[in-house]
Design a protein around this ligand. Structure first.
Ligand SMILES: Cc1cc2nc3c(=O)[nH]c(=O)nc-3n(C[C@H](O)[C@H](O)[C@H](O)COP(=O)(O)O)c2cc1C
Length: 215
């Protein structure tokens, strides 16, 4: 089995990347081959609305026709056995790079048609790992829960398979909170959470990756 993870954080070695690595470790523990792609290493934009993926009798139906760094990643995703996306929340959304990836990945498969819900003929179970500053208690009120459900439904619809989410809240954001204008955060509390709660999130990520192999 081939499992691909896409990191939508610009920061390697930080929360999102660590959770994705752990999920892939879980997948490898069940015998999968894995690859992690850092979206911020790639030069690409979101959907250009060229409609080549929907042109009747066209050469690129169901395949994004844009030729940039994302094309090889989209090609790999199309033949993988499971997909894991990971993104921090930036200003209430997934990061710009992750959003661009979601546009390109999903729109190519969406026919504006009454007869079918996707051009994609395979089945790719997926998971989306989100990391963020806010506490779990604020997710509903901020509309984050609805957003995560939306992405889950979207992925599940176009990839013809279930999609899970893993949510890591109140993450450790910088090595030294004192250096920045960040007084709204309690550094000691965050440090404690980093050592006590984040390891549990890593365990959940491992289990998520392992479970994707058994899908
Ligand atoms: C530009 C920017 C915007 C952010 N906006 C939000 C936000 O709206 N809500 C939130 O909960 N966290 C927000 N955060 C915090 C990050 O989501 C959080 O620190 C995340 O875990 C960072 O992921 P990383 O460590 O993998 O880079 C923001 C961080 C940055 C840099």
């Amino acid at each position: 089995m081939a499992i691909i993870a896409l990191n939508g954080s610009p920061r390697k070695g930080w929360n999102t990347h660590l959770l994705l690595e752990k999920a892939l470790e879980g997948a490898r523990s069940k015998g999968a081959e894995t690859e992690l792609i850092n979206l911020y290493d790639l030069n690409f934009k979101g959907c250009l609305s060229c409609f080549e993926c929907k042109r009747k009798n066209g050469p690129s139906v169901g395949v994004c026709a844009v030729l940039d760094d994302l094309r090889p990643a989209l090609q790999k995703i199309a033949v993988c056995d499971a997909l894991i996306l990971g993104s921090p929340i930036y200003i209430g959304e997934v990061t710009a790079s992750m959003r661009a990836l979601v546009e390109r990945l999903t729109f190519q498969y969406i026919p504006y048609s009454k007869e079918r819900t996707t051009f994609f003929e395979g089945n790719i179970p997926s998971a989306f790992i989100y990391t963020m500053n806010v506490p779990e208690s604020a997710l509903e009120e901020l509309g984050y829960t609805e957003k995560f459900e939306f992405y889950g439904k979207l992925l599940s619809r176009v990839l013809n398979a279930p999609s899970e989410s893993l949510i890591s809240t109140e993450t450790w954001q910088t090595e030294d909170y004192g250096k920045y204008h960040m007084s709204m955060f309690d550094e000691a509390e965050r440090r404690k959470r980093r050592s006590e709660v984040f390891p549990q999130d890593l365990e959940k990520a491992f289990a998520l990756g392992a479970a994707l192999v058994q899908c």
